[in-house]
Write a protein that binds this ligand. Sequence first.
Ligand SMILES: *[C@@H]1O[C@H](CO)[C@@H](O)[C@H](O)[C@H]1NC(C)=O
Ligand SMILES: *[C@@H]1O[C@H](CO)[C@@H](O)[C@H](O)[C@H]1NC(C)=O
Ligand SMILES: *[C@@H]1O[C@H](CO)[C@@H](O)[C@H](O)[C@H]1NC(C)=O
Ligand SMILES: *[C@@H]1O[C@H](CO)[C@@H](O)[C@H](O)[C@H]1NC(C)=O
Length: 546
Amino acid sequence: MKIATPSLPSRVLTLYLALSQSHAAATAATAATAATADADAAASATKTLSFPSSQPTNAVPAPPDFVSLGFETAFLDNYANAFSANLVASLAGRMSAAPVLRVGGTSGDRVQFDPALRDANKTCVKGACPDGSDASFVLGPGYFDAFRSFPTARWTFQAPLGDGVYNRTQLLAYVERAWEAAAAGEEDRVDAIALGNEPSMYWKTAKEYREGAARAQAAIVKALGLGDRKIFQVAETIKPAAMSHSPYAAQEVFEAGFDSDATVKTVGEHWYQGTATTFDIEALQADLMNHTAITNRFPGYLKSLDAVQPTAAYTLSETGSTIARGVPLAYASGFGAALWSADFQLAAMSRRVRRVVSSGRPVAKHAPWVPDDSSGGGPAVRALWAASMFVADFVGKDKRRSVLEVPLGGGGEALASAYVMYDDDDDDDGTASSKAADRVALVNLKAWEAASDQDRGSLAFAVPVVKGTDSVKVRRLRADAGAWATGFDEGGAEENVTWAGEQWTYKVDKGKGHYVDGKLEEQTVKVQDGRAVVNVPDTEAVIVYL
Ligand SMILES: *[C@@H]1O[C@H](CO)[C@@H](O)[C@H](O)[C@H]1NC(C)=O
Ligand SMILES: *[C@@H]1O[C@H](CO)[C@@H](O)[C@H](O)[C@H]1NC(C)=O
Ligand SMILES: *[C@@H]1O[C@H](CO)[C@@H](O)[C@H](O)[C@H]1NC(C)=O
Ligand SMILES: *[C@@H]1O[C@H](CO)[C@@H](O)[C@H](O)[C@H]1NC(C)=O
């Protein structure tokens, strides 16, 4: 595969370094990345990072099972195939803990069970069938076998609360079968059982939710013999309520009584980023490829996180780029959206969110992959998928790490971000970890599209390294076609999306991943004057291994 040669001059954000120093360092970086740029131009745009070389106390432990995937309840069985299992195994293989798959959503409150339904896994019986958010399904026994798929993962599944009017028999019919198939003799494989979904849509107050959910919870505890096991997930707050706390979010759900319930393990709230209704490159830049738009969203969520985190883990249990009507695929799950996802996940992790679930259903444009041909457009892996591999590799599986966002300052913050990971692996035998900074993620969110008449710019980041380090390794999350690249399956060979040279497709590897050039791709950047200057093309993210 060709190495992109981003054309310089780079976009000037702030000139921190003395020109001569920046010039020399940028030249070294450019040579090392085999870019054939003119060295004078390369000197122009550099962001100098500043972070402690040893782990500060405000660094956040990076959860080993942070990266998560989710399936809309009624479509779980569509995912029960070798292709999806391969993708999940590709993710699990780069994590030190099993990823937790979330099964839930609006359909999850309305599923009924019919033991006599044998010739199909499900039928859609009410509402806008089968893809409307008001659709209701009857499930047959075959549906539940899907919980036996994905041996490399664990589960959270949702107890159907019937939009507030549930039938106890039906509630338990789903929960008991899901539990039996998911746990399959290993009850640890069920991470949590969620009590309903976006309950403010049917229970007006937090108190009504608490009371209604607690009755369902008691029935489940009894039926499964859970005793006082800490295994429930509550809230599942719809996005606007999570932001505004009106009518209620996880904080209010806790205050209504779940705070004193020792069986509550996790809290989930939902996040869809995009609000744009036109879908050009300016909209993509403002709406998704925008670090400020991401970080501005957090205050309401963090109020709930602070309220629940002492006793329960706070997760974003259903997330996506955008569910705007008429959104094109390239907008919702193209490479621009992939960079949104990478930045969003890292911003959430460094704000103490315990897990982020990238969710979807076969027809959803924002989903990371399409499991089958039920929606007419699959099977296919989307550009978005690679973001989760990037984030999982940043956490790594070789040791425990802690993360910190590195403030960039100096203007232009919306279009770039940086995060540092520290070695935080205190061994069981009592050996203390080095606490050294050991990798840095750099995200250049400046939107660039191949059709533009503008050359692709770039941004250089000067990364401080400790004495004695001569060079660093750099791996890239990249698409030569820029922000609208949809990946090989959807867009063909001109729209490849790779992470460190690896690409995941249905067509070539059935979700197992393959190196386009047969091997891992990484570059070496020489250190000069205590810094490695890493040039990141617009619409690209990298990890620098220190
Ligand atoms: C039914 O679901 C199972 C997994 O639970 C799946 O393997 C099978 O392909 C599904 N059958 C149909 C007809 O969708
Ligand atoms: C609850 O569901 C069961 C099983 O479908 C059904 O037999 C029963 O009549 C339902 N109960 C009520 C009160 O609707
Ligand atoms: C990024 O998002 C912020 C907050 O929504 C907005 O004010 C700003 O204009 C956006 N930046 C760009 C370049 O679109
Ligand atoms: C894109 O990926 C495909 C599948 O690996 C490969 O055959 C093709 O050469 C790649 N195209 C480019 C331009 O790298």
